[in-house]
Design a protein around this ligand. Structure first.
Ligand code: PAF
Length: 278
């Protein structure tokens, strides 16, 4: 396990000198099958795999769950090693944000709606830490999950705007057998809430069916999603949006691809999910 940016960067540079490609999976730990699917893909596509575990304080709002965010470093290390991760980078917050840290990356329009609207400052924190991690790890390719679709789009835009030399791969959402998208925050759900949350994916599947059957009436699609989710007592809709996946603007009837994205509050837990329909 590597704890300092200097050591991590020296190791990466050494591996690059040996002509090895580096695949990078940034995480906040509490690893689940979603993260491991990214590691597996990186293992297939790259010579060396680096996984970072860092619960990034600056992407959490003042009333969010930074302090209670689940942390299982020993289990994470075991899982990462089992998947053949070559290097685990696990810095402490003061190492990433020493006293007098002052510079942030401020993302633009793509970050302003959806989770960006619900969590002011969140994507500024994400972009800042991801930019730092990219500079430290110097990966050839970074792997992100589709569940945080907006995050992946915002990061891709940052790479383009700031001429970063990193490729990005977005991999499909990994789901529990009942359809719930895997997320570290699922463990906050109590039993009654957990029983109800598969309704989120069920509603997305219904939307997908409607769109595939030719429906382009966004009002009708949203209404169907809402009706399904509202059968659950503990699930409160935050938003339902039908967007162009590239621009995150509302879909136009001529769009070839629809991103259907939902966010809901279940007790104190905020869950997000999405499907892309082409
Ligand atoms: O998706 C996450 O786990 C985090 O937002 C990331 C990309 C590791 C940055 O802290």
């Amino acid at each position: 396990m590597i704890k300092t940016p200097g050591t991590m960067n020296s190791v990466s540079r050494m591996r690059h000198k040996e002509n090895k490609s580096i695949g990078f999976v940034p995480t906040m730990g509490c690893l689940h099958e979603g993260h491991l699917s990214l590691v597996r893909k990186a293992k297939v596509e790259c010579d060396v795999v680096v996984l970072s575990i860092f619960v990034n304080p600056i992407q959490f709002g003042p009333r969010e769950d930074f302090k209670r965010y689940p942390r299982y470093p020993s289990k994470d290390k075991m899982l990462a090693r089992r998947e053949g991760v070559d290097y685990i980078f696990m810095p402490a917050p003061p190492v990433m944000y020493p006293e007098n840290f002052q510079t942030c990356v401020l993302p633009g329009k793509l970050s302003s709606g959806l989770s960006g609207a619900a969590r002011p400052g969140h994507f500024k924190g994400v972009c800042t830490v991801v930019a730092k991690l990219f500079n430290i790890v110097e990966p050839d390719t970074a792997y992100f999950g589709q569940k945080d679709f907006q995050q992946a789009q915002v990061v891709k835009q940052m790479i383009k705007d700031l001429n970063m030399n990193v490729g990005v791969k977005i991999l499909p959402i990994v789901r529990e057998p009942d359809g719930l998208a895997m997320s570290s925050r699922n463990r906050y759900l109590n039993d009654s809430e957990r029983k109800e949350v598969p309704v989120l994916y069920e509603s997305l599947r219904e939307a997908k069916r409607l769109i595939r059957d030719g429906c382009r009436n966004t009002g009708k699609i949203k209404k169907t999603i809402k009706k399904t989710i509202n059968t659950a007592k503990y699930v409160n809709i935050e938003y339902i949006k039908l967007l162009n996946p590239d621009t995150l603007e509302p879909v136009d009837k001529n769009d070839k691809k629809f991103l259907v994205v939902i966010a809901a509050r279940v007790g104190k837990v905020r869950l997000i999910d999405n499907v892309i329909v082409s």
